[in-house]
Design a protein around this ligand. Sequence first.
Ligand code: ATP
Ligand code: MG
Length: 266
Amino acid sequence: MMDTQAPLLRVCGLRKSFRHGGKDLPVLRGVDLTIERGEMLAIVGLSGAGKSTLLHVIGTLDAPSEGRVEFDGVDVARMGGRELAAFRNRTIGFVFQFHHLLPEFNALENAMMPAIIGRVPPAEARERALKLLGEVGLGSRLTHRPSELSGGEQQRVAIARALVMEPRLLLADEPTGNIDSTTASGIHELFFELNRLHSVTMVVVTHDDRLARKLPRRVEIRDGVIVDDATAAACGGAAPSPVEGSKGGEAPTEVEGPAADPIPTG
Ligand SMILES: Nc1ncnc2c1ncn2[C@@H]1O[C@H](COP(=O)(O)OP(=O)(O)OP(=O)(O)O)[C@@H](O)[C@H]1O
Ligand SMILES: [Mg+2]
């Protein structure tokens, strides 16, 4: 049952290993993280620390090897593949460093895509996409294909697309990694604006110190564990145990998703 008292997201005892070359490579080694509704936080850390891996597991694109990821107090591991894909489409927006826009579709069509896949009526999908593209400053570029847009413009289309399902959680992985600093500042402002306008909770992985310093909360991950987070996670000991058998020693399974899912990057 959904628990409205629970935080939006609670990650407890999260471990993630990848099976590689016949060995288990531990990447996340016990992460506890609580994120409240409407929060904006930066995840920082050196290359290879496990930031993208954490984002993929939080985003339900990848399953934990151990531990739980709960939305509104509900363990996402309890959802089946199709239910999980629908949940993800409705609840979570993704922005990756490489935006994966579809080259044969224009800005408006790209921004509408998750809503079309999520069976929002086309007229409403179009209206939402138009409004968001206006908010990201692309009202005059609606019919441009990705190849006819600048890098920063393409990224803004990706942000509009990530918000078209009115997700409760936006996960961004190096959203300004490929963008000049002036355009990046504009996108940072946009994130704050969208957080205010839509009260979207935002988790942003970034190497951009200026952005990390502007966000109210900064979580540093080092070698697969959180080393710096002023907010203590409330995992406690009384949480329900995971479904029997879900902690087996097999290699973690990739979670299947609909075609709308962006392809996770590095
Ligand atoms: N599918 C995989 N199979 C094996 N190892 C992987 C896989 N995905 C990631 N890793 C390893 O896990 C570690 C963490 O990767 P991750 O992408 O989470 O790092 P990151 O903190 O996002 O780094 P960066 O800042 O460079 O993006 C890396 O050492 C990487 O080689
Ligand atoms: Mg990464």
